[in-house]
Design a protein around this ligand. Structure first.
Ligand code: 5GP
Length: 367
């Protein structure tokens, strides 16, 4: 039995060390990066955050807002070809191009047929090929087929957590390898299967492997606060994919519901009776794409050889996305000034980490 003794870290296990820098203010840093890829000749400009291709975050409404801030979206795979083409047409009229949009594909025959139909429209060049287990032989076969069919496409594919498979995928035609198994906020893979790897160590190893062969990575899952995104970019992630951090907003998918809570506050009425204050709180549903709920909703039930690897949660409604986005972008700018990185691309070379036992002081709550 082989056990890797090297310590495996999550974002929570490290903090960035501040450094003396010549940057006087946050406005001096540039958070837009120009991306050039190994296979695709496309050149794309954006801040490398991508909305996860989950039914609740990879929505068209979300994509519209994210693009205004130069952020990417991976649309979920449950839109049909017509809906996608329609959206891409309108989006191109509004933003001039669809550079910040990925369409998603599984690796089945129906997925390929839909991909062909959408790609024929020539409205989109970015494809996200997504399977839960990127070690499956189907993924590499499918990647090769897609690369052959569209040599100029920008292909992102995953998910894996090791350098060897990252290299294999890139050498098979992938531009961006999606890394992360089990770190997601609504993922139960680790609980159900015992498989996974702490995300910070995953990012370091896979980024190094990818960059060594001219590719890039997208760190997928596990970011809970803007600081985690900064750590990920510093660890070498070229892109960071977010689910939970973008969920629960006006623009996110998922049903909105109200719940009523009796507060601790009581009022003593003149007649001596005590009345309780009732408060309404709104919640939005957020669920893993392989949860029972998602399987039921999109496939009419869970196949009996499969088990749910995702959960359903109700998140307190967070209002419009704009506010959250500004705090994420502000966090990145500020981290860059703390470590002296003028461009996002420079973050890894400016970064030094401390390994820590505790990163936050939660005496007044976790917020
Ligand atoms: P988050 O940003 O919420 O921590 O992670 C988002 C990522 O979780 C997604 O991009 C996807 O890779 C992963 N994910 C989404 N749904 C599920 C699921 O049902 N099961 C598992 N294992 N992972 C999921």
């Amino acid at each position: 039995m082989r056990i890797y003794d090297d310590i495996q870290l999550d974002y929570q296990d490290v903090l960035l060390r501040p450094k003396r820098s010549t940057l006087a203010s946050r406005s001096q840093v540039d958070i837009i990066r120009e991306y050039n890829f190994k296979w695709s000749p496309a050149s794309v400009k954006g801040t490398g955050i991508i909305a996860a291709n989950m039914a609740t975050t990879g929505t068209m409404e979300m994509a519209r807002v994210l693009q205004k801030h130069n952020l990417f979206s991976a649309l979920h795979k449950h839109y049909d070809a017509k809906e996608l083409i329609n959206f891409l047409k309108n989006n191109k009229e509004q933003f001039g191009n669809n550079d910040l949009i990925f369409i998603s594909s599984g690796v089945g025959q129906a997925d390929y047929a839909k991909l062909e139909e959408v790609m024929q429209s020539k409205l989109i060049n970015n494809i996200c090929i997504d399977v839960a287990n990127g070690y499956s032989p189907y993924l590499i076969q499918y990647v090769k087929k897609v690369r052959q069919a569209w040599p100029e496409a920008l292909i992102m594919a995953g998910n894996v957590v090791t350098g060897d498979m990252t290299e294999d995928l890139i050498l098979s035609g992938v531009d961006i390898v999606k890394v992360g198994i089990g770190p997601g906020s609504v993922c139960t893979t680790r609980k159900l299967t015992g498989v996974g790897r702490p995300q910070f160590s995953t990012v370091i190893e896979c980024a190094d492997a990818a960059h060594g062969v001219g590719g890039m990575i997208c760190a997928d899952g596990g970011c809970t606060v803007p600081g985690d995104i900064c750590k990920s970019l510093c660890a070498g992630a070229d892109f960071v994919m977010l689910g939970g951090m973008l969920a629960g907003h006006e623009e996110s998918g998922g049903e909105l519901s109200s719940k009523f809570f009796k507060t601790d506050e009581v009022t003593l009425e003149e007649n001596g009776e005590v009345s309780y204050e009732i408060k309404e709180k709104q919640f939005k549903k957020f669920y893993g794409m392989s949860s029972d709920y998602a399987q039921e909703k999109f496939y009419g039930g869970m196949k009996n050889y499969r088990a749910s690897e995702g959960k359903v949660v109700e998140i307190p409604f967070r209002g419009p996305l704009e506010h959250t986005l500004l705090s994420i972008l502000g966090g990145i700018r500020s981290a860059m000034t703390y470590i002296g990185a003028k461009r996002i691309k420079d973050m890894p070379k400016c970064a030094t980490f401390y390994r820590v036992n505790r990163q936050l002081n939660n005496i007044f709550g976790a917020e």
